[in-house]
Structure formats: structure tokens, C-alpha cells
Design a protein around this ligand. Structure first.
Ligand code: CP
Length: 307
């Protein structure tokens, strides 16, 4: 792997090798402390972020590299003066050895790669993809279930613009015997492209009409926030989507609740103490998985023998 701009195209073998590195990082943090010493990695964030930017920057530093960063690049970088993304990449690659980009346009990562001479990581591209979130989501599923084959998962909320769902579904389709239940907010259904993609990969996709259509023994529920920033009319009603102590009680002891976060109202804080609610640990899995990704891309792109 030389870049990571989409969850499509990675093989199951590559994903498993990445997870082996992530497992090793979890076990042996000290071993990786100077792995990328002397390198510089740039983070260009044109959209707000807490988890992705800070976990990337933490991962970079935990690997011994240095970080240069533009938070709010849409306002504070030369995009504000009209500079194209391509020109910004052409410039920043002269200052760094890898560029991590979050951008508001769906095709931003592809455009960046076309002019890039350093590895590019897509940290979220408009309503399209968020492949590194997908990495940590599947890693979390693997952690709680012990395996990904045979997983059943219900995806809820904004399935249209929820880029984390798109990338997670692409990655889970690498596994066998997966069933996905969709319970979208009305008007924010999963795009046909993803339904066709799942069908082509032999993943069963079942759209639920009501909350109670989601089986009680489903392995995971993947709740999402409505991406109001991408809607013309952000005043969408989500009452029937809100998960709380009362309605989550219908699920089994082995049904885990995931959410890419940030949450707004779609998960009530009264659920946070439930041991099945693993979204904070899910976010923390951003560290080993992003460290493993950076490490692997450096090794493959620069053909170097890392410690
Ligand atoms: N999950 C996620 O992408 O969170 P941030 O927007 O805080 O990075």
C-alpha cells in the first residue's frame, strides 16, 4: 500500500497484516517509539475534527515523527486566498514526508494523489469516505467478537452522507457471511452504489422499516449522527432513531453499540455506563490502527526497513 484514500481495493490479507501491526503496537508500544524518527508528517484539515486529527497527531508522535498541521485549513491556509488543493499538496509535500487530508469534497483524496510525491491518507472526504475510521471500526468489531466473519451489524441514522458507514461497509465486505441491517433516517437512505457494492460482495443488506425490525441478537449496532452540515434542510427529526437505556434493553447481552462520534442526541448519555456501549474504546482504537497505517505506508512507499 502506498496511499490510503479509499476502503475499496485493500485486500483482506493487507487488512489483516495491518491489524497484526496494530496488535503488536498495543502490546509493545516502546518498540515503535523511534520508528519514524527524523520524518515529518503534515495534517491538512479543511473540516472540523477532534478524534481524527488528534489521534493522527498523537500516532505520529508515538512513532517518533514530527507533525506540521493546519487546523481549519479552509479559513487559515491559502485555500482562503483561492489556492487549489492540488497546489497546496505540491507545496506541502516539499515540507513533509506524508500528507493526511480531511476535505469537504468527495473526490479530494483522489485529486491529491494525482499530484502527490509522498503518501496520502484520506482522513475524511465530504460525504464520501472516511477509510481510517473504517479501519478502527472493523478492528473494534474484531476485538469484541474475536472475528469478523459471520458478523451481523445494524447501521442507523444518516446512511447517505455518513462517510464512516460507507468505508466501514466496504471493509466488512471483505469478510464472509456478513449481514447488514439498515435503519436510515427517512431521506438519508444508503445510496444505491453501496447497496450494489454489498450485493456484488455477497453481503446481505436488509432495510428495516421500524426499529423493532432490527433483530434482538444482532452483534453490533452502528449508530451515526445526521450530517446536518451537508443538508439543505438540517431540521430533520430523529426521535425514532434515539437510542437510550429503555429501548436498548431489548438487545442481547452480546449486542455492542458502536458510533464513530461525535454524537449529538442520537445516543442518550444514560447508556454510557452499559458495558455493551463501546464507542469510547472504539475511538481510542484510532491510535493503534492509525499508527499501524502510517508505519505500513512509510515502509511500502519508501521501501525502507523500519525497526
Ligand atoms: N469520527 C470522526 O471522524 O471524528 P472527528 O470528526 O472528531 O474526527
Amino acid at each position: 500500500m502506498k496511499h490510503f484514500i479509499t476502503a475499496e481495493g485493500i485486500t483482506r490479507g493487507e487488512l489483516e497484516r495491518l491489524y497484526s501491526v496494530a496488535d503488536d503496537i498495543k502490546r509493545n508500544k516502546a518498540k515503535y517509539r523511534t520508528a519514524l524518527s527524523g520524518y515529518i508528517i503534515a495534517t491538512l484539515f479543511y473540516e472540523p475534527s477532534t478524534r481524527t486529527r488528534l489521534s493522527f497527531e498523537s500516532s505520529i508522535q508515538r512513532l517518533g515523527a514530527n507533525v506540521i498541521s493546519t487546523e481549519n485549513a479552509r479559513e487559515n491556509a491559502s485555500a482562503k486566498k483561492g489556492e487549489s488543493l492540488e497546489d497546496t499538496v505540491r507545496i506541502v509535500q516539499g515540507y513533509s514526508d506524508m500528507i493526511i487530508i480531511r476535505h469537504f469534497e468527495v473526490d479530494s483524496a483522489e485529486r491529491a494523489v494525482k499530484v502527490a510525491k509522498v503518501p496520502i491518507i484520506n482522513a475524511g472526504s465530504g460525504g464520501g469516505e472516511h477509510p481510517t475510521q473504517g479501519l478502527l471500526d472493523i478492528y473494534t468489531i474484531r476485538e469484541y467478537r474475536g472475528k469478523v466473519d459471520g458478523t451481523s451489524i445494524a447501521v442507523m441514522g444518516d446512511l447517505k452522507y455518513g462517510r464512516t458507514v460507507h468505508s466501514m461497509l466496504k471493509l466488512i465486505s471483505l469478510y464472509d457471511g456478513v449481514t447488514v441491517y439498515g435503519f436510515p433516517v427517512k431521506g438519508l437512505e444508503l445510496p444505491e452504489f453501496y447497496k450494489d457494492f454489498l450485493a456484488a460482495k455477497k453481503v446481505k443488506y436488509i432495510e428495516c422499516k421500524t426499529f423493532t425490525d432490527i433483530p434482538k441478537d444482532v452483534n453490533f449496532i452502528y449508530q451515526t449522527r445526521v450530517q446536518t452540515e451537508r443538508l439543505e434542510d438540517p431540521d430533520i427529526k430523529i426521535e425514532e432513531m434515539i437510542l437510550n437505556k429503555a429501548n436498548f434493553a431489548r438487545f442481547s447481552d452480546n449486542t455492542y453499540l458502536l458510533h464513530p462520534l461525535p454524537r449529538v442526541d442520537e445516543i442518550s448519555p444514560d447508556l454510557d455506563d452499559d458495558k455493551r456501549c463501546v464507542y469510547f474504546n472504539q475511538a481510542h482504537n484510532g491510535i493503534p490502527t492509525r499508527m499501524a497505517l502510517i508505519y505500513t505506508l512509510f515502509r511500502d512507499f519508501y521501501n525502507i526497513d523500519l525497526k
